[in-house]
Design a protein around this ligand. Structure first.
Ligand SMILES: Cc1cc2nc3c(=O)[nH]c(=O)nc-3n(C[C@H](O)[C@H](O)[C@H](O)COP(=O)(O)OP(=O)(O)OC[C@H]3O[C@@H](n4cnc5c(N)ncnc54)[C@H](O)[C@@H]3O)c2cc1C
Length: 541
């Protein structure tokens, strides 16, 4: 048997991808530790039996031994042996000669725009997020009913910032940050998928040192302390939520057809309740009523006239939109069969919602969309908070009193001392903050101040403070109709506001051009076309 020493596998090659898949899938049964811990293991790759190693200083996998005899046929299938040569489970501070490291917490609108625009010739980047992709949230409601497929609205971090896939010292870690040590300039994290891989021996807890840290960890759905909400309702925040909604909706339709289901039970199972009349709740209700009118009629004909959508809002729907648009949306939704109810939810149990006036609303599907507030992680951080509990930032998006620390997106808000109002939790705010900060950080690095603790000789982080100008709001209400509100500051200002088919064309074109990648643009266009031609997909996978 011949043995070869350290033959490296070319990055991006089919073999590299397969090795990475095997290592990260845990197929090798217990040897994968944190990606920057040196791991050496033997496993079966078709045609080979090799030992692969990946360490903090290697962005690549290397084969350290190679058995030509075994390689020939890939014999001894399933025979795995492994040895661990763990050295260090931390990503230590960068040294002279290395690029400074920007650590980004999150993979949402703010983080991904920042990652995309950071100059990776100047910085190494590390993205830490329990979600390995960005979600194009404005089109998420369409995936719940099958107008769009889930992958059309998700873009992997490794594609958005290819350095995390290719560069030696840049990474994406599927993990959540649990605390920040501003003295040591490091974040403490835990692997997000640990509970699904019981064969993984490593603790999954690790630290990453930063030169610059950007918190972009978003917000959490508000539940107003109603215990039954997280238990029984589905939030519409993520692709997994959309999957859960679609699955429950199709299951309810199927269950209602089962012989023996009473009329009363059928009515409950087929009542889809949406709580929250903001843009997300309205868009989802519109999509759902459209699905019921166009597809349920044809594909679940026994359910004709039995599926209902109820939208509950404490005040009035779409309160941030122009009054004419609100009226249009109200009458459009009512015509489309959505039952609009004014009320404050007091309690939620497995089968019904109880309003503060005692009204009981039985439901089969409950979607909760009542706005967002600070997450547990944000609440736990010992930084000064903005009104509403977000991480307080100054007009340059720095966390005051903390060196090399920034916060952007839904998790951040201007401190009261800036005299500025907290910006709305919107993708357009988050994205523009990410873009602004990337320019500012690139500028710092070019001026030689990219390393932790270095000060720019003149002026602040960016040439000018961050300024947000609202470009307008769009919301689809289903049945080829949408609302377009181009008033400059949302509430009082005069400006253009349209509703109807033309606005729907603008809505579709705007989002088609804004979808993150060409791949997803093609997916979205194809999904819209197939839905138009053949109706929505109703397979429950
Ligand atoms: C269904 C829906 C429709 C919407 N439609 C619109 C619209 O049409 N127009 C508009 O302007 N806005 C819209 N929004 C709002 C918009 O999506 C948010 O304002 C935007 O996503 C905020 O971006 P963000 O980067 O701050 O947070 P997010 O996009 O929420 O991303 C937060 C990221 O942080 C990660 N994270 C969480 N905790 C941790 C942790 N402890 N450590 C590391 N990472 C962590 C999360 O996994 C996630 O990747 C919509 C939102 C939803 C849910």
């Amino acid at each position: 048997m011949r043995r070869f020493a350290l033959s490296s596998i070319r990055k991006g090659s089919a073999k590299y991808v397969e090795v990475e898949r095997i290592l990260t899938s845990g197929v090798i049964n217990n040897q994968l530790q944190s990606p920057f811990r040196t791991v050496s293991t033997h496993f079966h790759y078709p045609g080979y039996r090799q030992s692969f190693q990946r360490g903090a200083s290697h962005g690549d996998f290397h084969s350290t031994s190679f058995s030509a005899g075994e390689a020939a046929l890939g014999e001894e299938k399933g025979k795995k042996s492994a040895e661990l040569q763990g050295v260090d489970n931390n990503l230590p501070p960068t040294k002279e000669g290395q690029k400074p490291r920007v650590v980004v917490l999150g993979a949402g609108w703010a983080a991904c725009r920042l990652l995309k625009d950071l100059n990776t010739k100047l910085y190494d980047v590390v993205c830490i997020s329990p979600r390995n992709h960005m979600v194009f949230t404005p089109l998420l409601a369409s995936t719940c009913v099958g107008t769009l497929e889930f992958r059309s609205v998700a873009e992997p971090v490794r594609t958005i910032q290819p350095a995390t896939a290719r560069e030696e010292n840049s990474y994406y870690f599927l993990a959540r940050c649990t605390s920040i040590d501003t003295e040591k300039k490091q974040v403490v994290c835990e692997a997000a998928g640990k509970e699904e891989v019981p064969y993984m021996k490593a603790s999954g807890i690790f630290t990453v040192a930063y030169d610059k840290l950007v918190i972009a960890s978003g917000a959490e759905a508000l539940t107003f302390g109603i215990a039954g909400v997280p238990k029984h309702a589905i939030f519409l925040r993520d692709v997994n939520d959309a999957k859960a909604i679609r699955s429950k909706l199709l299951l309810n339709l199927a269950m209602a057809e089962i012989p023996g289901v009473s009329d009363e039970e059928k009515a409950r199972i087929l009542n889809c309740v949406v709580v929250g009349g903001g843009p997300t709740g309205v868009e989802f209700s519109g999509e759902l009523s459209d699905f019921i009118r166009r597809d349920v009629l044809q594909k679940f004909s026994h359910m004709k006239g039995k599926v209902h959508v109820t939208l509950i809002e404490a005040r009035e729907i779409l309160s941030s939109f122009d009054v004419r648009l609100r009226q249009y949306a109200t009458s459009h939704l009512e015509k489309a069969g959505v039952k609009l109810m004014k009320g404050v939810v007091k309690d939620v149990d497995a089968e019904k919602i109880i309003l503060s006036d005692g009204t009981e609303i039985p439901y089969g599907l409950l979607v909760w969309s009542t706005g967002v507030g600070p997450s547990k992680f944000v609440k736990s951080l010992p930084f000064e908070k903005a009104p509403g509990g977000r991480i307080g930032v100054d007009e340059f998006l720095r966390v005051p009193g903390q060196e090399d620390l920034y916060a952007i997106g839904d998790c951040a808000g201007y401190l009261e001392s800036t005299g500025k109002a907290v910006l709305p939790a919107l993708a357009q705010v988050a994205e523009r903050e990410g873009k602004y900060l990337a320019v500012a950080l690139n500028r710092l690095a070019k001026a030689g101040a990219g390393r932790a603790g270095s000060k720019l000789q003149q002026g602040p982080v960016a040439e000018n403070p961050f300024v947000y100008t609202h470009l307008g709001s769009l919301a689809s209400v289903g049945s080829y109709k949408a609302l377009l509100d181009l008033r400059s500051d949302g509430k009082q200002q005069r400006g253009i506001s349209w509703a109807g088919f033309f606005s729907w064309l603008v809505w579709r074109s705007a989002y088609l051009t804004r979808v993150i990648s060409w791949r997803n643009r093609v997916y979205v266009a194809v999904n819209w076309t197939t839905t138009f031609l053949f109706g929505r997909d109703i397979t429950r996978l």
